[in-house]
Design a protein around this ligand. Structure first.
Ligand code: BTN
Length: 251
């Protein structure tokens, strides 16, 4: 069961690093979750920091055994995790919670949480996944486009409530992954894709000239499909920037 074994830490560099260290020592069982109250060197996507902002955060890392999963299907692991985090956040609000490709959790134009998945591969299989999840629990005043569970629900949820909901969702979506329900995962992921079928401003990171595009979905390996001037183009992870759409002001 995912989330049954819990390791609680007061302070650590990064729960993902801690998980990697335990894994290298052969001391990490499938489904274990590591929670920390504070991270001194939290990591985000694209080598960025995931800062301790002073706001209350859920910072946790699950270890999932994924040796049944071919590396060609890695994107479905990302979809299963993003769907789980999205579902957990959705249980706190009636507003639509979306997945901003590939795995940021957004409500309208504000980010509430992020995911950092690190995998190790062997013989064409994804052996295991270190799944780091950061969720804002209380307002983050230093980031204008951030929101939190407190702001969207008007309540201050307990970390344990978040953990229970998250683990329950992860158990369900992980089962879909084991059962290779890839089409179902993709369909659900696309149904929650942020700004899907809306014309929005975006830019290629290589060529920072803004253009109008429409997100149409993802392909079989998780690339995003963007319609531009009536033609659908395929973009790989990190090739596009959508920051022009984020909230400039706190709502
Ligand atoms: C992102 O949006 O850039 C991903 C953020 C992931 C942050 C979490 S917090 C728990 C885990 N430990 C880390 O160092 N990073 C992830």
């Amino acid at each position: 069961m995912i989330g049954q074994q819990i390791i609680q830490l007061h302070e650590v560099d990064s729960t993902n690093n801690y998980a990697a260290r335990l894994l290298s020592e052969g001391k990490l069982a499938h489904g274990t979750v590591i929670l920390a109250e504070h991270q001194t060197a939290g990591r985000g996507q694209r080598g960025r920091n995931w800062q301790s902002t002073g706001a209350k955060q859920f910072t946790g890392t699950y270890f999932l055994k994924t040796d049944f999963l071919s590396v060609d299907h890695l994107c479905y692991l990302n979809m299963a995790v993003a769907l789980s985090v999205r579902e957990m956040v959705q249980s706190f609000t009636k507003r639509q919670v979306s997945i901003k490709w590939p795995n940021d959790i957004f409500i309208d134009n504000q980010k509430i949480g992020g995911i950092l998945i690190e995998t190790n591969w062997k013989n064409g299989k994804v052996e295991g996944a270190i799944v780091g999840i950061g969720i804002n629990m209380s307002p983050v005043h230093s980031v204008v486009y951030a929101t939190s569970l407190n702001e969207i629900s008007g309540k201050s949820p307990e970390i344990w409530t978040v953990l229970d909901l998250l683990s329950a969702s992860l158990n369900r979506f992980y089962t879909s992954l084991v059962q290779t329900d890839f089409d179902v995962l993709k369909e659900q992921y696309e149904s929650f894709l942020w700004k899907k079928d809306e014309e929005i401003t975006m830019e290629e990171r290589q060529n920072t000239i803004p253009f109008q595009g429409i997100i149409r979905g993802v392909d079989q390996i998780g690339n995003i499909l963007v319609e531009r001037d009536g033609v659908v183009a395929v973009y790989h992870n990190q090739e596009l920037d959508f920051a022009a759409n984020y909230s400039k002001l706190k709502m």
